[in-house]
Ligand binder design. Structure first.
Ligand code: HEM
Length: 435
């Protein structure tokens, strides 16, 4: 089987259209314009996701839902496709095979997924909420006296990170490396491989340390899980959780805050509380999902799917963003908005996100805490001037500059937080994966 690299690869079914580039500043500035053009080509369309890498993108809602559940026709194992992709390709940190839940099917997938699910189940919602509030207050206190801030760099990027690194027991001096690693691999630029390798190095050191000296953290629980993961498998599941967990949660917070700050529908109600935050989050999950295009699948054999011929092993991606925003007479919103939310922002089928409740709790709590403290937040630039990060897979603001009335009093909270010492670990004390 020949993999689907570049437009004329014999591994791909032919297409009369020049593939549209889904990377770089042009795509980042207007993804929905790109999705409209792609939809005009049918339910599946050819796209270019890096200078030398093409894929087929599913933009139709029903085709996307069918593909995500069709384990007979499609595999998640990318190795046949990957055989012809340059080893230093910037998309491999996200799409390249590793022994994780994301790249496996059937019993192997179930083993990894059980270990991940049982480990994430140790996160107690009320402890998680309390920890998010605590970290949020510290982060807000660090810039609240200035009257200006970047809600991505100073808030949305740092908050999930504190929770993840504390939960898994990452040493404070390695936290910045985790930020660079997860962001670098999702940006899929020239340094993506280096970023991913460094993230793996941090997590490997952590796993080796916890084998020797168990702690009270999720790394220790994952290593003790009955699935019996070896060191590399444990490293790869943790790296997966951090990469598909941290960056999308940052972007869910950032995209929802932008929605609240730029949409007149929210005007005057920024401090309105839970409903407003949840509404903005739900709106983003429909219209600008943090993982915009992923769900990589590969046909097990030559086939026809929703009228489009596909060759065995070619890369097929799902556009959660395009599928969610499709609006045609054949896909009335009432039909789409059914079941588990209806939108595909968490994917569906066996590889759907296992952390939806935790991610929603983190995002809504983070937004509520911020908007209740800095209640006259406003954008410091026009929405059209905002810069979005490049990369085909995510919908991610580079910065979110804001202004607000400075709050001197919160500086004291920051100092109290600093005295408070280490991050707390929002997991159950009793109850290990072993019972
Ligand atoms: C607490 C934070 C999060 C954690 C720990 C987490 C973890 C995971 C894991 C382990 C998977 C792989 C599951 C499998 O293959 O069986 C996954 C998949 C997925 N997650 Fe999450 N996630 C988090 C937040 C988010 C957020 C905020 C979004 C976006 C709304 C999201 C959307 C998805 C999607 C679309 C998939 C499917 C990806 C694919 O098949 O390519 N996740 N998540």
């Amino acid at each position: 089987m020949t993999p689907s690299v570049t437009g004329t690869s014999p591994g791909d079914a032919p297409s009369p259209h020049e593939p549209l580039a889904l990377y770089g500043a042009g795509f980042a500035a207007d993804p929905h314009g790109h999705y409209r053009r792609l939809r005009a080509q049918g339910p599946l369309a050819r796209v270019r996701i890096a200078p030398d890498i093409d894929a087929t993108l599913v933009t139709d809602y029903h085709a996307a839902a069918d593909l995500l559940r069709d384990t007979e026709t499609f595999t998640k194992d990318p190795r046949a496709w990957q055989a012809g992709v340059p080893a230093d390709s910037p998309v491999l940190p996200v799409l390249g095979h590793r022994p994780t839940a994301l790249f496996t099917d059937g019993a192997v997938h179930a083993r990894y997924r059980d270990a991940i699910n049982d480990t994430l189940a140790l996160i107690e919602p009320h402890l998680l909420r309390a920890e998010v509030v605590r970290v949020a207050q510290r982060l807000i206190a660090a810039f609240s006296a200035t009257g200006t801030g970047d809600l991505i760099a100073q808030y949305a990027r740092r908050l999930p990170l504190h929770v993840f690194t504390a939960s898994f027991g990452v040493a404070p001096q390695d936290v910045e490396r985790v930020v660079r690693g997860t962001a670098g691999m999702m940006d899929s630029g020239a340094d993506a491989t280096e970023a991913y390798d460094d993230l793996v190095a941090v997590v490997s050191a952590l796993v080796h340390e916890r084998r020797r000296r168990p702690g009270r953290d999720l790394t220790t629980y994952l290593l003790a899980h009955p699935a019996g993961l070896d060191d590399d498998e444990a490293v790869r599941q943790i790296t997966l959780i951090m990469s598909v967990g941290h960056d999308p949660t940052t972007n869910l917070i950032g995209n929802a805050l932008l929605r609240m700050l730029s949409d007149t529908g929210y005007g005057g109600s920024l401090h309105g509380g839970a409903t407003t935050a949840r509404e903005a989050v739900d709106d983003v999950l429909w219209r600008d999902p943090p993982l915009a295009n992923l769900g990589a699948h590969f046909p097990r054999h030559d086939t026809e799917f929703h009228g489009v011929p596909l060759r065995a092993g070619q890369l097929v991606l799902v556009s959660f963003a395009a599928a969610n925003t499709q609006s045609t007479p054949s896909v009335p919103k009432t039909a789409v908005r059914s079941g588990d939310g209806g939108h595909l922002a968490w994917s569906t089928g066996p590889h759907r996100c296992p952390a939806k409740p935790s991610a929603l709790l983190m995002a809504t709590t983070a937004i509520e805490e911020l908007t209740s403290q800095l209640c006259d937040l406003r954008l410091a630039v026009e929405p059209g001037e905002l810069v979005w990060r490049p990369g085909p897979f995510h919908r991610a603001l580079a910065h979110l500059p804001v202004r607000f009335t400075p709050l001197d009093a919160l500086v004291e909270a920051d100092e109290a937080g600093a005295r408070d010492g280490d991050d707390h670990v929002p997991i159950r004390v009793a109850g290990t994966p072993n019972g």
